[in-house]
Design a protein around this ligand. Structure first.
Ligand SMILES: Cc1cc2nc3c(=O)[nH]c(=O)nc-3n(C[C@H](O)[C@H](O)[C@H](O)COP(=O)(O)OP(=O)(O)OC[C@H]3O[C@@H](n4cnc5c(N)ncnc54)[C@H](O)[C@@H]3O)c2cc1C
Length: 395
């Protein structure tokens, strides 16, 4: 019997979403998060319709009114040197008409807080760093760094790209160095240039680099994230920083209007993007994975958090439908999710090359293709998908 005995390791976007969807499905769970308080570092997220329609069903979009920014324009690709617009998507009317939802941008902290308020009080345990998972035939034992332990009928590893739980379902291989690093920061809107204040997600693409910005926090701030060669930089930490001068130096020779935006960040965060090949499976007996623990992806389709939310919705339905055979439920969850998340890992990976082409024939062909494409329609397989439409038989 599952009862209250689903243990979710990790209280990020995916773990919190899992607890919220499980609660809605009548399955009680406990989230064990290593951090002493629920804080999400300053950074933004794009929420595409496939995530928005799920979040709306657990009341999260209502809680984000005034904080999430509905985008008018998205995937606005600009040329690095002069800002020439290569292509742009109408995310106001067309997105709503095609997919029944708009696309929003949010501060991660706002999203985490909004999802946390859909989780029943008392089911979130903070300061609980899971150090090991011992698996038995139909149960598992979690041990924590504070010397305590907890038994569970089902363990969901939502503990991110460095997942500890992952070692209980597959060979414990560390993630690899990707060669790409990210600079990130937030600029108060009143210090940002006019082009960055629009309700638009803009991507400046150029040789070996690209830079993305969009408004968050109800329009009070602009989220800025930029990708550059990592060199020998290999620190993967949300708290590592760089200097404004280092950030600016990466974009020497780019459109001079970017200077004001980059300097508006003050001290940027910097971290190396990690890479992992897709897994062939991510469940074993009563243990499964979710979100970045299962399928970390480069952020170039802005789908990592969205996929963890989809995972959460499907996992909850599978567990609710098979209360007496959780291992079957986990296998079904994995089989419903793995094809889609693998495809997203692959297309996100490929985009690093495409976004970072040096000027030349390949770049010209890319720009011509961008000018003719309608990615809002071409990416319908991502945005139209409703994770709760999946057929799940009762067991
Ligand atoms: C630059 C950048 C931009 C992005 N933009 C987007 C976007 O626009 N849209 C989008 O959908 N996605 C985006 N993503 C991806 C998204 O951030 C991640 O895919 C998403 O946060 C994954 O959520 P998660 O809950 O699986 O993992 P995480 O957010 O990593 O959460 C894991 C949680 O587990 C906890 N934890 C870790 N180990 C332990 C342990 N041993 N015991 C207990 N707790 C533990 C951590 O403290 C953390 O709270 C972006 C990512 C990056 C890097």
């Amino acid at each position: 019997m599952i009862g209250s005995r689903v243990a979710v390791v990790g209280g990020g976007i995916g773990g919190l979403a899992a607890a919220a969807f499980l609660h809605r499905g009548g399955v009680r769970s406990v989230v064990f998060e290593q951090a002493a308080e629920l804080t999400e570092v300053g950074a933004g997220l794009v929420l595409a319709p496939n995530a928005v329609r799920l979040l709306r069903r657990i009341g999260v979009m209502d809680r984000l009114v005034g904080r999430a920014v509905p985008l008018d324009v998205g995937w606005e690709f600009r040329r690095w040197e002069d800002g020439q617009v290569l292509s742009a998507e109408d995310l106001a009317e067309s997105c709503q008409q095609l997919y029944g939802e708009r696309t929003y941008t949010v501060h991660r902290a706002d999203l985490a807080q909004a999802i946390a308020s859909a989780v029943p009080p008392g089911s979130l345990r903070l300061g609980k760093r899971c150090t090991s998972v011992e698996v038995f035939a139909d149960a598992a034992l979690l041990s924590f760094a504070d010397g305590t332990s907890a038994e569970a009928d089902v363990v969901v590893g939502a503990d991110g790209v460095h997942s500890t739980v992952r070692g209980a379902v597959t060979e414990p291989v560390p993630p690899t160095y990707s060669g790409v690093c990210a600079f990130r920061g937030i600029v108060p809107t009143d210090r940002a240039p006019g082009f960055a204040r629009r309700r638009a997600q803009t991507l400046w693409i150029g040789p070996a680099h690209h830079l993305v910005h969009y408004p968050i926090s109800g329009g009070a701030a602009i989220n800025l994230v930029a990708f550059a060669p990592a060199g020998d930089y290999a620190v993967e930490s949300w708290s590592a920083t760089a200097s404004g001068a280092e950030f600016l130096a990466e974009f020497t020779g780019w459109d001079p209007r970017l200077r004001e935006l980059i300097l508006g960040v003050g001290t940027p965060g910097r971290w190396a993007l990690l890479d992992r090949a897709p897994l062939r499976g991510w469940s074993a007996g009563p243990v499964t994975l979710l979100g970045d623990a299962a399928h970390p992806m480069f952020p170039f389709f802005a789908q990592g958090a969205a996929q963890s939310i989809e995972d959460a919705a499907v996992l909850a339905r599978c567990l609710a439908r098979a209360p007496s055979s959780p291992a079957d439920a986990l296998r079904r969850y994995e089989s419903l999710r793995i094809g889609r998340t693998t495809r997203l890992q692959e297309v996100s990976h490929a985009r690093a090359h495409v976004n970072h082409l040096p000027d030349g024939p390949e770049q010209e062909a890319r720009d011509a293709a961008l000018a003719q494409a309608d990615p809002l329609v071409a990416n319908g397989w991502i945005y139209a998908y409703d994770a709760e439409d999946e057929e799940i038989p009762s067991v």
